[in-house]
Design a protein around this ligand. Structure first.
Ligand code: SAJ
Length: 435
């Protein structure tokens, strides 16, 4: 390891004199990670060519606007396009560095689906030139960077790649995962430490030089496989810890204990820090990435697998609680119960409803014929087309109206609200019943 570090430092030092920084880079995939990354490179004076298959995204960005929701990103993209440093296109163009930030979903039985990486590799291959670096940022299963390099080599037999020519290769290839938190992307892109896994020491050194254009955190070098696994490990760690909290909430419900009080008490221990139970784990990363570990090592990844099952089971548990309450009101008052669902986003204080356990719960409850349901989501102005035909109302309207109040997201707007003693409250996030 020490040896590798010495090699890397030597390569970096030798490159430094000749290098005056990257002038033109390309980002493939202009979504939640690619677009902010393109924008911060552009803000550092680099000419950035953003590439996306989505014509609407390309057009929107070229007009100085954004097609995703992320605080302050609109201003940075606007400035970059106005000053001519960021340009979006459907077709790749030559550049010194190519960063790939495309989605990596799973298919079938939670098997990683690398078809967007493959498509990106085939798209950039024709414009690659000796001396270029290709960096994969998409969360990927272990071995994906080697697979990317092999797709590139198949498409460009006239160039050499690290798997063929080692340090002497024409093209450098590295893996460098993003690890930014939605809602804080611009700050975290700059401040967070970065893990850089080159296919060779020289690949790592060049990638580090590239990221040092804007990263103020440390850029720590390892190999590609460890960097891939590091990203998966971070999100699996969080998933396992949330699963522990969620399992505690089920256990406490059975034993008639307030889980929020319990966690508050347990967390007073200096070495205990239990996360918060919720309606399930949403978002585009934590509910997906652990499967990439399970898929490759099913025999060994037992805890990681169980955590996924525990968290995926939580929305069904919340729904069962609400159905129990609906049945109780029917039996007691012989009328259709009114259910207010508070929060649809996948976590507090954002407007992103995709991959949201709250939305999954809302959809199922909204389709019931034995209850009247309304939704409260202060961060949106209208329901998506996929939502059931329920009303989107304000908290002030929903609270006095409802027989059953279901709290699914701890948005700031819900903090401090009070419910009536004759209402049934199902509080999945501990906003009302929390200690
Ligand atoms: N959640 C709980 N209880 C908690 C914390 C979170 O139920 O105590 C739920 C949230 O409500 C949400 C889900 O987990 O539904 C995920 O939210 P999150 O805030 O934990 O994470 P993400 O998905 O927004 O971002 C994660 C981050 N990874 C880690 O914190 C290890 C981020 O740094 C990554 O860059 C991102 O995944 C990614 O892109 O992989």
């Amino acid at each position: 390891m020490e040896m590798i570090q010495r090699d890397i430092d030597a390569v970096a030092a030798s490159g430094r004199a000749a290098d005056r920084g990257f002038k033109r880079i390309s980002v493939i995939g202009l979504g939640y990670i690619g677009l902010p990354t393109a924008a911060v490179f552009a803000a550092r004076g680099v000419e950035v060519i953003g590439v996306d298959v989505n014509a609407y995204a390309v057009e929107t960005i070229n007009s100085g606007r954004i097609h995703i929701v992320e605080p302050d990103l609109d201003m940075v993209v606007h400035a970059a396009t106005q000053e001519g440093r960021l340009r979006a296109t459907l077709t790749p163009e030559p550049a010194e560095a190519f960063l790939i930030a495309v989605p990596t979903p799973f298919k079938g039985d939670h098997e990683p689906d690398l078809r967007h990486i493959e498509a990106a590799a085939k798209a950039i291959a024709p414009v690659l030139a000796p001396g270029n670096i290709v960096v994969l940022e998409s969360t990927s299963p272990v071995g994906a960077t080697e697979q990317l390099a092999s797709w590139l080599a198949d498409a460009r037999p006239d160039l050499t790649f690290p798997q063929q020519a080692g340090e002497e290769s024409d093209i450098r290839v590295a893996y460098c995962p993003e690890r930014v938190l939605p809602g804080h992307v611009l700050r975290e892109l700059v401040d967070n430490d970065r893990v850089i896994g080159g296919m060779t020491a020289r690949c790592s050194a060049v990638a580090k030089r590239l990221y040092k254009t804007f990263v103020q955190g440390e850029c720590v070098i390892t190999n590609a496989r460890t960097a891939e696994m590091c990203k998966l490990t971070e999100n699996a760690f969080r998933d396992v810890n949330i699963a522990f909290a969620n399992e505690m909430s089920l256990i406490c419900d059975k034993l008639d204990i307030n889980v929020w009080e319990l966690i508050g008490l347990a967390n007073r221990h200096p070495r205990v820090n239990i996360l918060r139970p919720g309606p399930g784990v949403g978002g585009h990363c934590i509910a997906v990435d652990p499967w990439f570990i399970v898929n490759r090592t099913p025999e060994q990844a037992r805890l990681v697998h169980t955590a996924r099952l525990v968290n995926d089971g939580k929305p069904g548990w919340v729904i069962a609680k609400v159905v129990e309450a609906i049945t109780a009101i029917h039996a007691q008052h012989q009328r259709t119960p009114r259910v207010a669902i508070l929060g649809l986003a996948f976590k507090p204080n954002i407007d992103d409803l995709r991959e949201s356990p709250a939305m999954e719960i809302a959809k199922q409850l909204g389709q019931r014929s034995d209850a009247e349901v309304c939704f409260v989501e202060p961060n949106i102005t209208g329901l998506p087309a996929s939502a059931p035909p329920a009303r989107l109302v304000s908290l002030e309207e929903a609270l006095p109206w409802a027989d059953i109040v279901v709290v699914l997201v701890g948005h700031d707007e819900f903090v401090g609200m009070t419910t009536a003693s004759n209402q049934i409250v199902i509080d999945a996030v501990g906003l009302i019943q929390g200690a």
